[in-house]
Design a protein around this ligand. Structure first.
Ligand code: ZN
Length: 397
């Protein structure tokens, strides 16, 4: 059965037009154009009246941790998680929850064992509901590095060991690679700007991931670690909170994406009385600089993709629309922020069939009662969500 969204305001992932029509069937978009010129097939399709509404591609979140729920104490939650099986159960629940917010693709950047790899496969096979998932499996960190204490990272040192660790994640079925290039906010005893892996280690990891055709995301907060990761050729800098002018120029030159994860910082600083003090202090210390770094990226023309770091304190799954609103608060136009969560994110993840509405692309679509490009808050309330042409949230479902 085909579906036709009639006479709708369309944001196709790049630009916006009024009075459009979109026809989809068998999971893919069949036709996009002016409603007045709809093809015959649209007349026999089930019609979704689009007048006064806005249709966008399904949102993409380039940074989540599906096996975490976002409770106040990240390290305590990790301890309580205890087994890969329990992590898998949580990830199943969080994947399903994500869809209701209009998010149809996520990249998981660090999980217990192969828990999220299994969930990704379960979704792909239609066993459980959830967004399309690129899964990094376990993150790679140095011995004692950021994330070593939460069960989602393997500790490796030296270029050969790092290369082997990439191969091990590939063997486990990972479809992305995550490197922890600097210290971080949520690990006690290590400063956020600490430079972790050496240049040789980063080079080895990226070289190996490239051979497998995998996208590499590097957690990097300090300016020196950012520059090393960009030189190694990673596809994205996650957080980038202390990025300086030299870092921004280098990212622009290399085409490296910035995934700012504003929600990760806001979740902590907005709940300072509940989150452990070591995390609050570090998050507070970098928030102003992170805003500057974000603005610098926008100004310099660094490519930006939307990512929440969902699963970290008070940063629940499905927070992607909130991240879009926050990117606008920090200085993007609504159009820029919506691109960051659709076509730009798809470019980073090298997924040509999502993040855009064009004939042949996947029918991952979100309908809103108001236009997020006019009033960005509208993105918080999707009225219908389709993934591969199937209604997965909203309307009468
Ligand atoms: Zn993260």
């Amino acid at each position: 059965m085909a579906t036709y969204v009639s006479n709708v305001t369309l944001f196709d992932g790049r630009t916006s037009k009024k009075n459009a029509g979109v026809l989809f069937s068998d999971g893919a978009i069949e036709w996009v154009g002016a409603h007045a010129r709809a093809p015959k097939a649209a007349r026999s399709a089930e019609e979704v009246p689009g007048r006064g509404k806005t249709l966008t591609p399904g949102l993409i979140d380039c940074h989540v941790h599906l096996c975490f729920d976002g409770s106040a104490d990240f390290a305590a939650e990790a301890l309580e998680l205890a087994t890969d099986a329990l992590a898998t159960v949580r990830a199943v629940r969080n994947a399903a929850r994500t869809l209701g917010f209009g998010v149809t693709t996520v990249r998981d950047l660090g999980a217990r064992g192969d828990s999220v790899i299994a969930v990704a496969r379960g979704v792909e096979r239609g066993l459980i509901p959830g967004p399309r998932i690129l899964a990094a499996g376990r993150a790679l960190t140095i011995t004692g590095g950021h994330g070593h204490n939460i069960g989602i990272a393997v500790q490796v040192d030296g270029p050969d060991a790092v290369r082997k660790a990439v191969r091990e994640e590939m063997r486990a079925g990972a479809t992305a690679i995550k490197l922890i290039a600097t210290g971080g906010v949520l690990t006690p005893g290590i400063t956020a700007e600490f430079t972790a892996f050496t240049q040789e280690e980063l080079d080895a990891a990226v070289d190996e991931a490239r051979k497998w055709g995998r996208v590499v995301g590097a957690h990097a907060i300090g300016p020196a670690g950012i520059i090393q990761a960009v030189r190694a050729g990673v596809d994205s800098i996650e957080h980038g909170s202390l990025m300086d002018a030299a870092g921004a120029r280098l990212m622009k030159e290399h085409g490296t994406f910035h995934v700012p994860t504003i929600s990760a910082l806001r979740g902590i600083v907005d709940h300072a009385d509940e989150v452990p003090a070591y995390a609050v202090d570090k998050a507070r210390a970098v928030t102003d600089t992170a805003r500057e770094a974000f603005r610098r990226s926008v100004r310099t023309g660094v490519k930006i993709a939307c990512g929440t770091d969902a699963g970290t304190p008070f940063n629940p799954h499905g927070n992607t629309p909130v991240e879009i609103v926050r990117m606008v608060e920090w200085g993007m136009t609504p159009l820029q922020a919506m691109r960051a969560a659709t076509s730009s994110a798809a470019e980073l993840l090298r997924l040509p069939d999502v993040g855009v509405i064009r004939a042949g692309a996947a029918a991952d679509l979100v309908l809103y009662d108001a236009d997020p490009l006019e009033e960005v808050d509208a993105v918080r309330k999707p009225s219908a969500v389709w993934k591969a042409g199937e209604l997965v949230a909203g309307m009468s479902s």
